[in-house]
Design a protein around this ligand. Structure first.
Ligand SMILES: [Zn+2]
Ligand SMILES: [Zn+2]
Length: 444
């Protein structure tokens, strides 16, 4: 049946610019499937591309529009001449990475580490938030019948495949576990709660602790099966530094400065605020004594206040990790680091609290973490980062079908394909599923 309307897709065309653009498809190649969009889970990286205009360090060259979406469920419309694994009408989960197939990683079956991988919705590879698109049939996985009519649930396959990858890596490193051992997850984003879901679906008796900042999301984690939750420091160094700067701005311009004490100011009421104010006053005195300009003084006091507040965060988080260790009677055999927060990972390692033995799995991007490697040696720890999933789609889809009601709670809301642009711009709200889960799914 010929399509009357032009094909449309959602392209990032600049910073905070998302446009529905029309496009045409080229000829279908022999190994490709022609797919029709059904659903797509919105990922943190989509938001990142939207905010940065799909340009980030490492991707050089002129700016090109980028189609978003890489957690795609689609229906097969037709297949290329050499495709035997799919037929028209099949509902598929799209594995979004296209490895080169010839490099040593690909040859050894570690295709997820192929350095030449083209990944959906990452420049220069367009994503699948489009009416129709082509994708190699090899990377389309048929969704089991039981959940083929539940594309919102099925769209969890892509993120949960990465969570399952991390669990499999952990199980390789910690194959045997006693009943009194604990597992820690840091964070309450989609990946963190996905790891919790996969662990609890596969090994309900494993004792899991979730440690994160967001108290509302920690409540969800508790309801979702976490055995214990701890809230991280609520101190916000940037906010405190800004308040301190605002309060000192007028004074810095006067000569009455030297008589001021930290306790004179409202932001010094909290412990972090007081230390930040003291550090800021000290910075002002130092800058003034060398005759610095007002703007320089303001910048230096801001930085000093932020640093002082950050030290409070580190101290409070260290205390939280120690309390977690105490709760686990000192024996935590694996940690899934899912915040991607460099400072938190360093605090975690330096605290020595969560490191009874075992392993730390990093699911976020820790670009600039530095820590004393002796900390790893002390407990014979391993640090295992996770890139993305490898051969996990079929087993993840099976798991979703087996525990569909449980996994579905991860989806907190849906948005229509038409409304996606307005949703990203904050003009339209999600349709709430009522579960309180972290995932938002775009639905045809
Ligand atoms: Zn993603
Ligand atoms: Zn390769």
């Amino acid at each position: 049946m010929a399509r009357k309307q032009a094909l449309r897709r959602w392209d990032v065309t600049g910073k905070h610019k998302l446009e529905q653009v029309e496009y045409k498809l080229p000829r279908l190649k022999a190994g490709e499937a022609h797919l029709e969009f059904i659903a797509n889970g919105v990922c943190g990286s989509d938001t990142h591309m939207f905010c940065t205009g799909a340009v980030h360090s490492g991707h050089k060259g002129p700016h090109e529009p980028l189609t978003l979406g890489h957690e795609i469920i689609a229906r097969v419309k037709r297949v290329g001449s050499s495709v035997t694994t799919l037929k028209a009408g099949d509902v598929v989960a799209v594995e979004p990475g296209l490895p080169c197939g010839t490099c040593p990683h690909c040859q050894k079956g570690r295709y997820h580490c192929c350095p030449k991988t083209l990944y959906m919705a990452t420049p220069p590879q367009n994503g699948g938030l489009a009416d129709e698109f082509y994708w190699p049939a090899k990377w389309c996985h048929v969704v089991p019948n039981a959940i083929a009519n539940d594309p919102v649930l099925a769209s969890l396959a892509e993120p949960l495949a990465a969570c399952k990858q991390s669990l499999d890596l952990r199980n390789k490193m910690v194959p045997e576990r006693d009943d009194d051992e604990w597992t820690v997850i840091t964070g309450t984003g989609a990946m963190a709660l996905g790891v919790l879901a996969v662990i609890k679906a596969v090994r309900p008796d494993e004792k899991v602790m979730v440690i994160a900042r967001n108290e509302e999301a920690l409540q969800f984690a508790t309801d979702y099966g976490a055995d214990k939750c701890f809230a991280l420091s609520q101190v916000n160094p940037n906010k405190i530094a800004q308040a301190v700067r605002d309060e000192l701005a007028d004074l810095v311009a006067t000569d009455h400065f030297d008589h001021s004490a930290a306790s004179d100011f409202p932001s010094a009421k909290s412990k972090a605020g007081k230390l930040a104010m003291e550090a800021a006053l000290e910075a002002v005195r130092a800058a003034r004594s060398r005759g610095a300009q007002t703007e320089t003084i303001l910048n230096e006091l801001h930085e000093a206040a932020r640093k002082a507040a950050e030290e409070v965060v580190v101290q409070e988080n260290t205390d939280v990790f120690k309390a977690a260790q105490k709760h686990a009677s000192g024996f935590i055999s694996s940690v899934f680091e899912c915040t991607g927060d460099e400072r938190l990972l360093v605090t975690l390692i330096n605290s020595r609290a969560l490191l009874a033995n075992g392993t730390i799995i990093g699911l976020g991007c820790h670009y600039a973490v530095s820590f004393d490697i002796a900390m790893l040696r002390r407990f014979e720890l391993s640090f295992q980062p996770v890139r993305r999933s490898c051969q996990q789609f079929p087993s993840t889809l099976k798991l979703l079908a087996e525990k569909s009601a449980y996994f579905r709670r991860l989806v907190g809301g849906t948005v229509s394909f038409e409304d996606f642009g307005d949703y990203m711009a904050g003009k339209v709200h999600k349709t709430d599923t009522g579960s309180g889960g972290p995932k938002i799914v775009v639905l045809r």
